[in-house]
Write a protein that binds this ligand. Structure first.
Ligand code: ZN
Ligand code: ZN
Length: 257
């Protein structure tokens, strides 16, 4: 599998830095887009045909889904309507949430089912999309949020935490993953760090260590956090290969030799 980072800014976009959006592709298949936060749709156009992709949403916070109304416009109009509906997986209420974001009028909900075949995640019910086996895990974040464990055609495993606080499920979804893309929104310093919302660098390192992940890639760092400090925290806990992801980065996900 090949992972392309379209955006990775946490909670809000930064200067020239889109929010969460990751393109994942198995050879010989169209890609899937995991999350579609602010600014992601523009980046997507550099890498894939918006009419071909399937979309997987971890949750319905704006920084993970609010560029989808732009994709609706593209798929309906540019330059001709998409030939077929695309799969769109998300938590319960996805069609209404995205439809409200796409509506022209307050209080109305755009019917997006002309464009997307909308399906809802169920905890640990695996689905197959574009050659990838995707197992969703309900994690510890408001509102309803799913981390994803994706197994590729050669048995390689890509795990994505979604947004989450500490929980057993995020450890389980990352078990022995070849690449574990884990959120680390802020440092472990005392202060504004509410429970059950996000992970610090220390906590992301602890999750990866407990899970036995083969490598750790940190993401969703909010623009006002200290990225180097977060990386340092994680490296103090997790002994394996570690990196901060950046926009435009391509990561090959390979099975162990
Ligand atoms: Zn977020
Ligand atoms: Zn969130």
């Amino acid at each position: 599998m090949r992972l392309t980072v379209l955006g990775c800014s946490g909670s809000v976009n930064g200067p020239g830095a889109p929010c969460s959006g990751y393109l994942l592709q198995a050879d010989g298949h169209p890609p899937v887009l995991i999350d579609c936060g602010h600014g992601v749709f523009g980046e997507l156009q550099q890498h894939a045909d918006p009419n071909e992709i399937a979309v997987l949403l971890s949750h319905l916070h704006a920084d993970h889904c609010m560029d989808l109304p732009a994709m609706l416009v593209w798929r309906r109009w540019a330059p001709t309507p998409a030939a077929a509906r695309s799969l769109l997986y998300g938590p319960e209420g996805t069609a209404v949430r995205i439809g409200a974001g796409s509506s022209e009028y307050p209080g109305e909900v755009d019917d997006i089912t002309d464009t997307f075949d909308v399906r809802e995640w169920a905890h640990r019910e695996t689905v197959t999309v574009h050659g990838l086996q995707i197992e969703p895990f309900r994690v510890n974040h408001p509102p309803s949020t799913f981390g994803l464990r994706v197994t590729g055609p050669d048995g390689e495993v890509f795990a994505y935490s979604g947004d989450t606080g500490v929980c057993d499920e995020v450890v389980e979804l990352a078990r022995d993953a070849d690449i574990f893309l884990c959120e680390a929104s802020w440092t472990h310093a005392p202060g504004q760090r509410p429970e059950a919302l996000h992970l610090s660098g220390v906590e992301a390192g602890e999750v990866a260590l407990k899970a036995g992940a083969r490598s750790l890639a940190l993401t969703h760092i909010v623009p006002w956090s200290d990225a180097d400090a977060i990386l340092g925290e994680a490296s103090g806990v997790y002994p394996g290969p570690l990196q901060l992801v950046h926009q435009g980065q391509i990561i090959e996900v390979r099975p162990p030799l």
